[in-house]
Design a protein around this ligand. Structure first.
Ligand code: AMO
Length: 466
């Protein structure tokens, strides 16, 4: 018989149906046995007793998290036994036959019929597939999917094209350390992308005009509550736009996301307030201000845009480096300063960041689409012509072959999900997250490789430092 879901059982009152799922809880009232069966739709109460001795005996053998299939008839519950807290609370299934599809034979490392947030996190990550059976974790995983769906529908409706860019490629500067991938071409390495920055700009040169991607990014930096070595961006780029176009499109999308998926939440101010970097630093002491009137309110969302960032900052060695993105354009009124290399510390960039409740959830800029501006940015940072050519010659060349004005943004998707789901860190909303130390306890990664794998890629390990 075709399987139906727990949530569908109220549509089948009086009928014989088959359901399948996990044993969530067993309540043994000596002569009557109740089992809460869990499937992807929720819970169903199953009952067996002396009137169906075989089903009763089979269910009596079942323990938490066994996977079972049950055929039985759907009966309405008396008014006073209706349970409004479960999807099938108006009915119960009277079991006639039970098949055990997979018996759980290992002791459960923790219970999943209750919230797991107080369980040791490393243990939860090692057994993430169990952790995910708990309500909260399942809701977090599904929230990501609901958001992807809405974001894709919105961007598709605005004539964007979803395009994948390579994971194996050359390094692009985003300010963190790269994860490098050795190859069989001895001494040659790929770098995993810190972001699709260069590719999305090249897509604009390629005439795609409006690109987006759910992009995996890799940054070898210390993890924090809002940082993982591997994370997800909603990345986009548009041609023939100015700062205002990118900001207003993203604001529209963020508002739509909240109103449709989180109707219980309130956005403090629409349009989102805008604040300059200088003012944010002065008033809030940070470039990702928490503007909430009442930080105690879990349903209050205070978005804001932070603008007018300095393009460059001093390095420890006394030179200059970019604050956000070397591919950005200076603010139009500061392009001349950039080109003359004057008052470098005062040059502002077209960078815009979007912050939410004190977290930076996205950032982008209008890009330098004229090669001489990009070249000048690298020269201010002290790159020699040879270094620029070697590192960015491909970008500079592309900008000489008909590059439209363009700009874009990337959202830190995991951070946004964390804030909307009310979680304290991004690991809670990443299906298979790494620990705070950047380890994956489930797959035991990173891990050693054999000497022969190393020698195939021309590597040998240095001896341990004494
Ligand atoms: P940026 O480096 O600001 O910009 O990254 C965009 C957003 O990604 C999020 N983020 C992270 N989330 C989790 N873990 C991390 N380690 C991590 N690092 C960054 C932040 C951040 O705002 N290419 C540019 C975008 C552009 O200019 O279009 C970029 O990557 O929320």
């Amino acid at each position: 018989m075709t399987r139906i879901l727990a949530a569908q059982t109220p549509e089948h009152i009086g009928e014989t149906v088959t359901v399948a799922g996990w044993v969530h809880r067993v309540r043994d009232h000596s002569k009557v046995l109740f089992i809460d069966l869990r499937d992807r739709s929720g819970l169903l109460q199953v009952v067996a007793g002396g009137w169906t001795p075989e089903a009763y005996a089979a269910l009596k053998e079942c323990g938490s998290e066994d996977v079972i299939e049950i055929t039985g008839s759907v009966a309405t519950r008396p008014e006073k036994l209706i349970n409004p807290n479960i999807v099938s609370g108006t009915v119960e299934l009277q079991a006639a036959s039970v098949t055990v599809l997979n018996k759980r034979t290992t002791p459960l490392p923790f219970l999943v019929d209750e919230d797991t947030s107080s369980i040791d996190e490393e243990l939860r990550l090692e057994y993430r597939y169990l952790d995910m059976r708990s309500d909260r974790m399942r809701a977090n995983v599904r929230a990501r999917a609901a958001m992807f769906k809405l974001i894709r529908a919105f961007l598709d409706s605005k004539d964007f094209t979803e395009i994948e860019t390579p994971l194996l490629s050359a390094a692009t500067p985003e300010g963190a350390r790269d994860f490098i991938v050795p190859t069989r071409a001895k001494g040659k390495f790929f770098a995993l992308p810190q972001s699709p920055q260069q590719f999305k700009q090249l897509l604009m040169v390629g005439g795609m005009e409006r690109y987006y991607q759910v992009a995996k990014c890799f940054r070898d930096e210390d993890s924090r509550k809002d940082r993982q070595p591997e994370f997800t961006q909603i990345d986009m780029e548009m041609s023939f736009v100015e700062q205002e176009d990118v900001i207003s499109l993203n604001e529209e999308l963020l508002i739509k996301l909240v109103t449709e998926l989180y109707p219980e939440k309130r956005i403090q101010q629409v349009p989102f307030p805008r604040i300059s970097y200088a003012e944010a630093m002065e008033k809030y002491g940070t470039d990702r201000p928490d503007m909430r009137e009442n930080p105690e309110d879990p349903n209050l969302l205070a978005f804001c845009w932070v603008l007018d960032f300095p393009f460059f900052e001093k390095t420890d060695a006394g030179g200059w480096t970019f604050t956000h993105n070397p591919f950005s354009q200076a603010k139009p009124e500061h392009v001349e300063m950039l080109m003359k290399g004057e008052s470098i510390g005062d040059i502002l960039t077209t960078q815009y960041d979007v912050a939410l409740n004190g977290f930076e959830i996205g950032g982008g800029s209008i890009r330098a689409h004229r090669p001489e501006e990009l070249r000048q940015t690298f020269s201010i940072m002290g790159y020699s012509d040879e270094q620029v050519e070697a590192g960015f010659g491909h970008m500079l060349k592309a900008l000489t072959l008909g590059a439209p004005p363009h700009g874009g943004i990337a959202w830190g998707f995991d951070r946004l999900v964390m804030l909307l789901q009310g979680e304290p860190n991004i690991r809670e909303v990443i299906p298979f997250a790494k620990t705070g130390e950047g380890q994956d306890p489930l797959m035991a990664a990173p891990s050693a490789v054999t000497m022969s794998s190393l020698s195939e890629v021309g590597l040998a390990l240095l001896p341990d430092k004494k």
